[in-house]
Design a protein around this ligand. Structure first.
Ligand SMILES: Cc1ncc(C[n+]2csc(CCOP(=O)(O)OP(=O)(O)O)c2C)c(N)n1
Length: 366
């Protein structure tokens, strides 16, 4: 197993001390370290493409290499700047990519991760990015050599980290969240309250998993769900697409990390959304599903921002005792409407995962 300090030592030895990225469960120990020990040289990015671009800017300013970390599902977001800008045949920008390898072949993971996991090495090959697979401390030596190659040849390189390769450290991310409402309680009340024939589209991570679990345990069938088990940040655009071409009321359940990832889509909803689109944000100010890394979304004044983007209504829910009252009010509002729910951290002890995706789609479409 790898101690996070072993990795940091190799990076520092190569004069790499600036980090940016989007959190991932495999790289959780790195996030914790950066959060507590390297705060001034670390920027948590909105998405993996912006992280790569930040790293590019860092190199243009300092001639040094940035370290950009992400989950392999985020490679999709990163491909554009990697191939059209950083590639050796374009601007040839060196940087070190640390990639959490969900769904690596022969591992057990969710179907959407297994697909990305299978093609991750080929994707890197297509991108012309040399990489090493990292599973234990010995592999870090290969990363060290590759970093030297990156410096010499001005090219991005990558370390592909296997699940559970890091030793747990004693460091812990502090929980700054003082919110009282828990997402499970809200979701229970929400699906009980929803009028017949409503459609619900839920974001990546705990939100979809909780909604799936609660929907099944309560066996409520009068409204229907579509779980965004991937495509982080795109739940609101899928919701807009459904709402524009359907007469039904469409509810998007979003997360703060997710809404941040492709925030530009809020402008499209403001411009094109009709009265049947209702956007609910579960704001816990962190990427809870992958380790509680702070998003700082709490600093956003959604009321002002959404008004200028064309949303018609904004409500905020902070108090557990007001869930029913606000939900009933929100459901009656004509959209595009937004409800910000300030939620606490924490989920079910045993949390299921959506499966049988074709059935989910069929049920949603009907
Ligand atoms: C493109 C992409 N990047 C990163 C991830 C890894 N990931 C899964 S859930 C998640 C956090 C989502 O945060 P938020 O929307 O705030 O929801 P919460 O986890 O707090 O419920 C991340 C980063 C991913 N699935 N896809």
């Amino acid at each position: 197993m790898i101690k996070i300090l072993d990795l940091i030592k190799i990076l520092n030895k190569n004069k790499i001390n600036f980090f940016s990225g989007v959190p991932d469960s495999i790289l959780k120990e790195l996030s914790i370290y950066l959060n507590l020990k390297n705060k001034n040289n670390h920027i948590l990015s909105a998405n993996e493409g912006t992280a790569v671009s930040l790293g590019m800017g860092y190199h243009l300013a300092t001639k040094k290499l940035a370290c950009i970390y992400m989950q392999n599902s985020g490679l999709g977001n990163a491909i554009n700047p990697l191939i059209s800008m950083a590639h050796k045949k374009v601007y040839s920008i060196p940087m070190v990519l640390l990639i959490g390898w969900r769904g690596s072949p022969n591992s057990k993971d969710e179907p959407q991760h297994m697909i990305k996991g299978q093609i991750t090495r080929n994707l890197l090959k297509l991108l012309g990015i040399k990489f090493v697979i990292i599973n234990n401390k010995k592999d870090l030596k290969k990363l060290d050599l590759l970093i030297k190659f990156s410096k010499k040849n001005n090219q991005p390189i990558a370390g592909l980290f296997k699940k559970d390769c890091f030793e747990k450290s004693d460091l812990k991310i502090r929980n700054f969240n003082k919110n009282k409402i828990n997402r499970r309680d809200f979701i229970k009340k929400f699906i009980k309250t929803l009028p017949k024939n409503s459609k619900v589209i839920s974001t990546t991570g705990f939100t979809s998993r909780e909604l799936f679990q609660i929907r099944n345990s309560l066996n409520i069938k009068k409204s229907k769900d579509f779980y965004m088990i991937g495509g982080m940040g795109h739940a609101s655009s899928v919701s807009l697409g459904v709402s524009l071409f359907s007469k039904k009321n469409v509810y998007c359940l979003d997360g703060d990390g997710s809404i941040l990832m492709h925030m530009g889509s809020l402008k499209t909803i403001g411009d094109y959304g009709k009265k049947n689109i209702k956007h609910i944000l579960f704001n816990n100010n962190c990427h809870e599903s992958v380790g509680r890394q702070e998003t700082s979304v709490d600093k956003i004044n959604f009321k002002m921002m959404l008004k200028s983007l064309g949303y018609k209504n904004y409500l905020q829910l902070k108090n557990e005792n007001e869930i029913n009252k606000l939900l009933n009010k929100f459901i009656r509002l004509k959209g595009p409407s937004f409800l910000e729910v300030k939620i606490s951290n924490g989920s079910f002890k045993k949390l299921g995962r959506p499966s049988k995706f074709l059935n989910i789609k069929k049920n949603f479409i009907n």
